[in-house]
Ligand binder design. Structure first.
Ligand code: 5GP
Ligand code: MN
Length: 316
């Protein structure tokens, strides 16, 4: 049974522990990494022993996040004992990969903002109104009267700004903006962070050119999709931004990127202007938010597409 706790209970629980393992989700983004790294820095000021686990490669685009070199990959033969396993920005147990197996903790805690959250821990703080887990971190800092230094503020600003598309998406609220303003007061320069995050490698843009050529439509133009076939897929090339191209086309309600990460495994990213795509992702064992969700379909890319279009038929 998962017990819902308040922010002050969350803070008190962290302060009562000696050793805490913070875990980010696989396919790590600025929100999961920034939230964990900023929290780590504060908890270390209180003398806590902190380990950060990420069961995935971490792109070099995150090198600007203070403390990023502290992220380590869990190893199957190496158990880690801790008072608390705190899972940051992940909505299901499978999103933390091997970390879920190797960490032996007295308490499991989940801090998250996904509507699809599956209640898989002992204690949970969930706020689906928060634009980012980084925004929840700011709420936690305020509740606990913890102050930010520039490094923490940088981590949380990166977390918040990316998850709300630099304050453009529907999850951006009055409070999101206020939290960002506080982080600016702590010295964050938004242009410096957005320049780093928006920067793309040449290989990303070269791949984008090929992927845009696959743009196709279904359901009279209400669905637009792009495809990264397995022979084009390269795990070292960033493709997160690609799905925004089909997303911003007149008349498109659902945008999809199909990525053949293996010949029989397809990663699917869903974006929408008006449809709850988290529901579709959940059908395939994935999850996410109302307007941005994802899942993995264990099928070749063309078969995955047919499965996805069939599922969409019921909703459109
Ligand atoms: P993206 O399309 O950028 O990979 O993911 C969009 C959103 O959906 C993110 O908030 C991400 O956390 C969530 N998401 C993506 N893939 C999965 C998945 O396989 N499982 C779950 N639970 N959430 C996912
Ligand atoms: Mn997030």
């Amino acid at each position: 049974m998962t017990k819902k706790i308040t922010l002050s209970e969350t803070g008190a629980m962290l302060l009562a522990a000696k050793k805490i393992v913070l875990v980010c989700h696989v396919s790590p983004d600025s929100d999961t990494l920034g939230s964990a790294l900023g929290l780590m820095r504060k908890l270390e000021q209180f003398g806590k022993e902190i380990v950060i686990l990420v069961d995935d490669d971490i792109g070099t685009e995150f090198n600007f996040l203070p403390g990023i070199t502290r992220c380590i990959r869990p190893q199957s033969n190496k158990s880690i004992y801790a008072d608390i396993l705190a899972i940051i920005d992940a909505s299901t147990f499978d999103r933390i990969g091997l970390a879920g197996e190797v960490v032996k903790a007295k308490i499991t805690l989940n801090i998250d903002h996904h509507i699809s959250n599956a209640q898989f821990v002992d204690y949970r703080y969930l706020d689906i109104e928060a634009a980012a887990t980084g925004e929840i971190m700011c709420d936690l800092f305020e509740t606990m009267n913890w102050k930010y230094d520039l490094e923490m503020a940088t981590c949380f600003y990166a977390a918040i700004s990316t998850d709300c598309g630099f304050f453009r998406y529907s999850n951006t609220t009055h409070k999101t903006m206020l939290r960002a303003a506080e982080l600016l007061s702590a010295g964050v320069r938004p242009n410096e962070i957005s320049d780093i995050i928006e920067m793309k490698s040449r290989s990303t843009i070269e791949l984008l050119a090929k992927v845009l050529a696959t743009l196709s439509f279904e359901y009279s133009g209400r669905v637009a999709y792009i495809t990264i076939a397995n022979d084009l897929y390269d795990k070292n090339i960033q493709t997160d931004s690609f799905v925004s191209y089909p997303r911003y086309i007149n008349g498109v309600e659902v945008a999809i990127m199909f990525k053949a990460v293996e010949p029989e495994v397809t990663r699917v990213s869903l974006r929408s202007s008006n449809i709850d795509v988290s529901k579709i992702a959940i059908k395939f064992g994935g999850g996410g938010h109302l307007r941005a969700a994802g899942c993995t379909i264990n099928a070749p890319v063309e078969e995955a597409k047919q499965q996805m279009f069939t599922a969409l038929k019921e909703i459109l």
